[in-house]
Design a protein around this ligand. Sequence first.
Ligand code: ADP
Length: 628
Amino acid sequence: MSETVVEKHAFQAEVRQVLDIVINSLYTDKEIFLRELVSNAADSLEKLRHIQLTEKEIFDANLPLEISISTNENGGTITIEDQGIGLTRQELVENLGTIAHSGSKAFAAALAGAKEAGAEKAGALNLIGQFGVGFYSSFMVAKKVEVFTHSWKADGESLVWRSTGDGNYEIEALPGQRRGARIVLTLKDDCKSFANESTVKELLRRYSSFVPYPIKLNGEKVNTMQAIWLRSKAEVKAEEYEEFYKYQADAFDKPLYTLHFSADAPLALNALIFTPETNMERFGLGRTEPGVALYCKRVLIDAHPEGLLPEWLRFLRGVIDSADLPLNISRESMQDSALVKKLSSVVVGRYLKFLASEAEKNPENYAKFWKAFGIFLKEAIATEAGHSDKIGKLLRYESSLMKDGELTGLDAYVSRMKPEQKEIFYMYGGSRAAIEAGPYTETFKSAGIEVLYLYEPSDEFVMSHLREFDGKKLVSADTADLAMPDASVMAQGEALGAEKMEALCKWVKALLGERVREVIASKRLTESPAAATNADKMMTPSMRRLLRLMKEREGNAVDAMGLQPVNFELNAKSPLIAHLDELRGKDEATAKELTLQLFDNAMMAAGFLENPQEMVKRLNRLLEKVGK
Ligand code: ADP
């Protein structure tokens, strides 16, 4: 009698957490477990196919590569079997008892968050496939899960892994297993329908038509294994694209855009490119793996080819199939291959053209794209990835002429430019309200000139990298020497004449010293008494903030003025400036305090104020004087 040894293990804490949520919170769409297990089986077969290319000794070498599913209605079980790589004892522990996937903790947290926020189940389900907890979805329907397995490795053991989804699992040696994994689910009482052949057949049709290995249900082949991307566009139905996307991208959302095309020159290719609805990087999972798979005549070369498409297109999913590629192209040689470069440039060009036309045809849908994936287009510009003209056209921003929440592109901005206007103006700020409350946009407003509103610090980098659009310079609205189109209008209604202004400016410069580069009579202000403007055209406000941050990190007492001086502009039309000029003749001490205060106010509006304590003290002194 041989002694059987049952090894007991506890699941890793994260697995328990995920199991708890999967078992207790996800009541809808339980059927997705089947898709997850079939997809694992297909992955395992795919891995074996790769191993076969290099390894000579493979256990059970002659087994066909296929997936067999069998249902047992009386017993209330469903079995999913593959002849893939199988699992060793150590792999059972590492792959099924722990979540190795780096995103798993984020998944548990995201799910718990979604649950708390009462978010839709769909959102949570969307996460399951993406976070690689697919196997555990079997516990949504099964009260017991058994994995019978033998690894492809000749020295592997015949094993069974068992769990009821509580905190523990066990592993036992069970001789006689074939290569691969046979997963037996003993269904919960309310999930017995998954032991019904026609139910399962329908599910397989829905979820697994595109699996590239034969799937047999109770002995009969049920999938077509068609290469949808090789078919003509006119023949493929929208549902088929959607199903293929879900299968290929392992996604639960729908494609936002589907681009299907073929080309003969400069090389033969068929491409099916999906833009998802969801930007998975938003979930804090780190970088998305590239997801446009590379095929050569229907044979998968690489499911996640690094270096095929540019990094900033890593959010795309789909397939590129080129008959011109050598079948044996390796991951290493891919990056240097001239063919691959050509392939990439054709696809990138087509995709950008496609986006431009979608943006024009259906701006609302494009706004969704921009919201989710605009960040990748900005990344493309900021990393000087090329195509900046084409990508420039795809940028979208709010502006002074748009309603709150409405977006404009640069093309549309240019079409609205004043005849005498030569530059495209933008202003960065935390919000529309913050930008409009500042002193920088008032001239533009009175001159009827549009200003783009940028809300992300990265947008400023994008603007400074893009530099110009359609031959027009992109200029920050807080730049000092703005050539305002209508200076004569601006000069009207001045409260202080030019001579007096000049004297006042000199006096203020003497007071502020090195803290400012120049004190000048403003050509731009209409309402605000004063403003700090960017004296160095090359230095955008975001660069200035960055420099300041660097100085702070180094522990220096930060003097933003020493960093890069600003210009201080005074508004000759402002009664306050006229009053200041008068005051300096009568009570110079108070005039000085008032000037310092005006300067601090301007610096605060520009986001550069360094020493608020000082300012508050001074403000209190001024208030005391007013109160007397
Ligand atoms: P994912 O497949 O997204 O990595 P799963 O939870 O579905 O996450 O599976 C965890 C791991 O278990 C897989 O990465 C794989 O290593 C292993 N695994 C799952 N199913 C099989 C199978 N049928 N054959 C071999 N290994 C498997």
